[in-house]
Design a protein around this ligand. Structure first.
Ligand SMILES: Cc1cc2nc3c(=O)[nH]c(=O)nc-3n(C[C@H](O)[C@H](O)[C@H](O)COP(=O)(O)OP(=O)(O)OC[C@H]3O[C@@H](n4cnc5c(N)ncnc54)[C@H](O)[C@@H]3O)c2cc1C
Length: 430
């Protein structure tokens, strides 16, 4: 048995890494310097993409049951609503931002890892000694109830009275990220790799998705199913995502937090018109919900044109499909046909015609699924996979690794597998 992977920090990022690795048969040791989980208020917004990924891990149902569906997000200023986002535009089974306390999200993750036999070890420190030229910032008194009430009254026109303040704190917005995510055998993710304004509810969601990206790669390398070079694609996939999150959260914070009276007046007057445009709504909610983020430019993405819209690096969209099972077709959803622990080779043909028999055996370590269009959304199926269909090798994190026309898929898949997944490649490159 190999040494366990050491995961430092049992926040949402570390808990997700522990869940993913243990699900895929990798031994882990999860440590945290705290004795008990944090109970203070931090993330409340869980995005649609995180919920889709949690659904595949059996966690979304409980979260949705316990949380509140935030269907709209509004920005208030000058005593009126300046901007309203309608999450109904998000193309997902979860067209909302789920509002649930981070403490609850962490509890659900902790229970999931406990089912895998993993318990965080509290009171353990991991110390990295490095020079730090910054002096410690001084902190004043915590914001009082009156102060919070004044701020609220100044911004919003909806009457509300605050009471029973349980906890309050000032915090300074930091915005920075590391330039590398992998240094030797050390992998970074979550707030340890990128920290930014909470505007847009991205931080925890990004940390969770960092770990869903890297864990399957690490598991395949540790289990001897892939060469170590597969782990380098963690940076290729996620660094651009992190840069995008910093860029967007910085801009959003500047706009909504500006003290400049001209910019503020402009925003307060133009916000309602800009926000009224359908295109703005679609783009803003698609970006914020993280359903459109993709890894198209990653070295792991290999697209061969097939007449449909899906390209390597894209999230495989959820939709109703028919799935061939024991020679019969049954109705299901594409998301539930994917395997979150293994590669899935999806052969998608709109009318479900028979496929070349060679295709199934192309990637033996993948689960092979044959899908056809469902009458409920046949047009979407055809737009995504093309009239003649497509073969898509889907990664365990739900993103397409390779896309190809069915007719030439066997050759493309064989070469892709030789490069990234075969045991011989693992031996040759280790
Ligand atoms: C006010 C506020 C609102 C927010 N709202 C949202 C939101 O709505 N949506 C969203 O997605 N994000 C939000 N965030 C961001 C979110 O809280 C963080 O991105 C998230 O907590 C990051 O998770 P993490 O596991 O990477 O880090 P953390 O949650 O900080 O966990 C790190 C863990 O590592 C432990 N640790 C640290 N150093 C060591 C060490 N040397 N040895 C051992 N253990 C160590 C710590 O004790 C801690 O338990 C918000 C943040 C704030 C402050």
């Amino acid at each position: 048995m190999t040494d366990p992977v050491l995961i430092v920090g049992a926040g949402p990022t570390g808990l997700t890494a522990a869940l993913e690795l243990s699900r895929m048969g990798v031994a882990v040791r999860l440590i945290d310097k705290r004795q008990a989980p944090a109970a203070t208020s931090r993330a409340i917004g869980v995005q649609a993409r995180t919920l889709e990924l949690f659904e595949q891990r059996g966690l979304a149902e409980e979260m949705v049951r316990l949380g509140n569906r935030g269907r709209f997000g509004s920005i208030y200023g000058g005593g009126k609503r300046v901007f309203r986002l309608d999450f109904g535009h998000v193309e997902s089974r979860y067209p909302f931002m789920l509002l649930i306390s981070q403490a609850e999200t962490e509890r659900i993750l902790r229970e999931a890892i406990a089912r895998q036999g993993v318990t965080p070890q509290g009171g353990e420190h991991f110390r990295l000694i490095a020079s730090n030229p910054l002096s410690k910032a001084s902190k004043g008194a915590e914001p009082s109830l009156d102060e919070l009430q004044r701020i609220y009254d100044q911004r919003s026109h909806i009457p509300a009275r605050f009471h029973d303040l349980a906890w309050s704190s000032w915090f300074r917005i930091n915005s920075r990220m590391v330039s590398r995510l992998k240094v030797g055998r050390l992998l970074l993710g979550g707030d340890a790799a990128h920290i930014h304004s909470p505007a847009g509810a991205q931080g925890m969601n990004t940390g969770i998705q960092d770990m869903i990206n890297v864990s399957w790669k690490l598991a395949m390398v540790v289990n001897g199913q892939a060469p170590p070079a597969l782990l380098d694609t963690y940076e290729a996939d996620r660094l651009p995502v992190m840069r995008g999150v910093l860029f967007k959260t910085d801009n959003l914070t500047t706009v909504i937090g500006t003290e400049n009276p001209i910019v503020r007046t402009l925003f307060n007057h133009l916000g309602p018109f800009i926000g009224g445009a359908e295109l703005v709504q679609e783009n803003a909610t698609a970006g914020m919900s993280q359903v459109v983020l993709n890894y198209r430019n990653s070295s792991l993405s290999e697209s061969h044109t097939h007449g449909g819209a899906i390209r390597a690096g894209d999230r495989v969209p959820d939709m109703p499909v028919r799935l061939r099972s024991d020679g019969n077709w049954k109705e299901t959803t594409l998301l539930s046909a994917l395997d979150a622990s293994h590669l899935t080779l999806v052969a998608a043909v709109p009318d479900g015609t028979t496929l070349p028999s060679s295709l199934k055996a192309c990637v033996p370590e993948s689960r092979f699924v044959e899908i056809a269009a469902d009458a409920k959304d046949a047009a979407r199926f055809e737009t995504t996979f093309g009239k003649a269909g497509a073969a898509v090798l889907v990664r365990p994190d739900g993103y397409a690794g390779l896309t190809s026309p069915i007719s030439s898929a066997a050759d493309h898949l064989a070469a892709y597998r030789r490069k990234w997944f075969s045991a011989s490649a693992a031996d040759a490159r280790s």
